[in-house]
Design a protein around this ligand. Structure first.
Ligand code: HAM
Length: 423
């Protein structure tokens, strides 16, 4: 059997890789505009970075790639970006040296042992931001805005912003108690996952994929925010209104990770192509995570976009950010050696022209075929006469005009022809 990619992983062939890069480049320009600095954390960390005591999320309890090499340290492949960023901030004491809030971003591979399907891999890429050090509704709205306007700039249709508030620690504790009291008599009617979530994290029962149509879940009491949390959430909504970001309030949105407090949000696609994996990105605020990980009491908020899901949707909607690949110049070499062709190609590249040359000394026809296939704008032909005269034959493939040009004047002449053409 020939080797194949491992289930849930994939290759990126040149065309897809290019689209990936385009989406990343646009994301990076948003990071710059909004003042986020990109960082990279290691692909694996000590397991404790991701796994907290009493964690109930599927990601931590079932999906992490955890291993040990020397039977001493338990290590885990990064399943999400947030904890690594916080570890980095604490380890480097950035809260002492940088102005708050600290605005960090990452584009990194993540690993989760999930059941693979369209839009859900075991290795995937997240583009994420974390804004750590201050708690203000203005920041929540700004974080959502960065992600939302990025998606809108790509041009995706049918994008919906869902928001909810899980309340501050006090509201959450009260709500947790209320849910435990409510669900306990119905425990037998819940799925096995929810039965084990009941005491540890009853909020997760609300967005359980198995139980979501169960009347017991549908009739569960709603979150009652305390006054502070309510006012906070109202302010977030107010700023979203000011920014012109449409949103829906989804009171069952609790998100799959345990650390969220107050604002949580997801941006989902209504495009059928996204199938059951409609969440393009998700995120929320976390008041206690930095402290829990050994840092000071600093609140943070962030989100992560799944790059593969974004690509599926962009392709389904026929969106490509850049034009098809093409060449500025293809150097056809008919001379007995490669010296002059190499020199000319090097000169063109130095001047920024995207250039390729023939490596095989093929017939003129075969070389022209290659230049056609690669969509070269100019063809540069070098034969015996041209080498003798220190010239090249320059052919413009759009106007079909052909002329002999001294090598020294080639770049200038190409610039001139382009300028005349686009005038
Ligand atoms: P998450 O909801 O687990 O949040 O993941 C964020 C996004 O990553 C999802 O909306 C989805 O687009 C993508 N994603 C997740 N799992 C997969 C998968 N198996 N295959 C393909 N794409 C996937 C987090 O990871 C949080 N760290 C987000 C955050 C940042 N919250 C605060 N700051």
């Amino acid at each position: 059997m020939p080797y194949q990619t491992v289930k849930g992983t994939y290759d990126l062939l040149p065309e897809k890789m290019k689209r990936f890069n385009e989406l990343e480049t646009l994301f990076r320009s948003f990071l710059e505009i909004y003042g986020y600095s990109e960082i990279k954390t290691p692909v694996f960390e000590y397991t404790g970075v991701f796994k907290k005591e009493n964690d109930t999320s599927d990601m931590v309890t079932k999906e992490m790639y955890t291993f040990s090499v020397n039977e001493k340290d338990s290590l885990t492949l990064r399943p999400e970006g947030t904890p690594g960023v916080i570890r980095l901030i604490i380890e480097n004491k950035l809260y002492g040296s940088m102005e708050l809030p600290i605005k960090m971003a990452y584009i990194e591979e993540m690993f989760r042992h999930e059941r693979p399907q369209k839009g859900r891999q075991r290795q995937f890429t997240q583009m994420g931001i974390e804004c750590i050090g201050d708690k203000d509704p203005l920041i929540d709205a700004e974080v959502i805005a960065l992600g939302y306007f990025y998606i809108k700039t790509i041009g995706l249709e049918g994008v919906k912003v869902l928001i909810n508030s899980l309340g501050d620690t006090e509201s959450r504790l009260n709500y947790k108690k209320e849910l435990i009291d409510y669900f306990t008599p119905y425990k037998d009617q819940l799925c096995t996952d929810c039965q084990s979530r009941l005491l540890k994290n009853p909020l997760r029962i609300l967005d359980c994929k198995i139980d979501h149509e169960n009347p017991v879940v549908q009739n569960a009491p709603k979150m009652k925010l305390n006054e502070v949390s309510e006012e906070y959430f109202n302010q977030v909504k107010h700023y979203l209104d000011i920014l012109g970001i449409p949103y829906e309030i989804d009171d069952k949105l609790v998100r799959g990770l345990d650390y969220y407090t107050d604002t949580v949000f997801e941006v989902v696609s209504t495009n059928e192509e996204s199938g059951s994996q409609a969440t393009i990105f998700g995120g929320g605020r976390y008041d206690d995570l930095v402290k829990e990980m050994g840092g000071p009491q600093l609140s943070g908020i962030g989100f992560a976009i799944g790059l593969e899901r974004l690509l599926i949707l962009a392709e389904a909607e026929g969106i490509f950010l850049e034009s098809e690949p093409y060449l500025d110049a293809y150097v056809i070499n008919l001379y007995e050696n490669n010296d002059q062709a190499m020199k000319v190609a090097a000169m063109l590249r130095e001047e920024g022209f995207i250039t390729e040359m023939d490596y095989y000394h093929r017939s003129l026809k075969a070389q022209f075929k290659s230049s056609d296939r690669k969509k070269a704008r100019f063809v540069i032909i070098i034969g015996e006469d041209e080498v003798k005269n220190e010239t090249v034959t320059l052919k413009d493939t759009l106007t079909k005009a052909q002329e002999e040009v001294p090598v020294k004047e080639l770049c200038e002449r190409m610039d001139q022809l382009l300028e005349d053409y686009y005038e």
